[in-house]
Design a protein around this ligand. Structure first.
Ligand SMILES: C[S@@+](CC[C@H](N)C(=O)[O-])C[C@H]1O[C@@H](n2cnc3c(N)ncnc32)[C@H](O)[C@@H]1O
Length: 213
């Protein structure tokens, strides 16, 4: 699939639009992450590290983390998504859910690891990407990690030719958005998801460390 033909979520930046998305469509991106995410986590932050899953959607990644012995707090600004995530999660799972907009100065204590799978890439402009990166910095302890998984443009040409779905950014654009607060420790390109022709487009898997200042 070319990037301009993506069938992923439409770009949207507010909770009401995401509530509508969860109410009206079956999210095609909702699936367990590929093994690479597990490998990066095991290497850089083995369990039982406490992970904040930001923009957790229906909680699939949060439950996948809990199954791997992580302690998980999972948040999303869509109340519908959180209600459905709670419904799908066994009562004894080590996942706590919060309805929270992470860009709105959240009152949570900073975490050793924050994760976003497919959230930064819903930000269509540099300003919004920096707003989201600043929010991740507030949620992450100094010296802690941000694990990011999101759409990757492999060339400038790819970045120009996109019409809907996630915002594909080049590595340079990505680094420019995050560098005020984070150092890149690991950067890899692999498929976003496991579904052929649906989510197997190029994604960036990045381990970032929160600067101490
Ligand atoms: C493409 S979905 C990805 C969901 C999930 N991470 C996954 O991999 O299936 C993006 C999610 O981010 C949430 N989101 C976007 N901006 C947010 C914000 N500022 N605070 C909290 N959640 C946000 C949306 O409601 C949506 O559930």
């Amino acid at each position: 699939m070319s990037q301009g033909e993506a069938t992923g979520p439409l770009r949207s930046l507010n909770a009401a639009e995401w509530d509508h998305t969860y109410d009206s469509t079956t999210p095609g991106w909702d699936e367990e992450p590929p093994p690479l995410l597990g490998e990066l986590l095991t290497e850089h932050a083995p369990p039982p590290t406490h992970v904040l899953d930001v923009g957790c959607g229906l909680g699939t990644t949060a439950r996948w983390l809990a199954d791997r012995s992580y302690t998980v707090t999972a948040c999303d600004f869509s109340p519908r998504a959180i209600a459905e995530a709670r419904r799908r999660t066994p009562a004894d799972a080590a996942v706590r859910y919060e309805v929270l907009d992470v860009t709105a100065h959240p009152p949570l204590d900073p975490f050793p690891v924050v994760l976003d799978r497919g959230v930064l890439h819903t930000c269509p402009t540099h300003r919004e990407r920096r707003t989201f990166a600043a929010a991740m910095a507030r949620m992450c302890r100094p010296g802690g990690l941000w694990i990011h998984v999101g759409a990757a443009a492999l060339t400038e040409e790819d970045a120009l030719h996109q019409s809907s779905g996630p915002s594909w950014t080049t590595e340079e654009t990505f680094r420019t958005a995050v560098t005020t607060w984070f150092t890149v420790l690991d950067h890899r390109i692999s498929d976003f998801g496991r579904q052929r022709g649906v989510t197997d487009w190029a994604a960036r898997y990045v381990v970032l460390q929160r600067r101490e200042n």
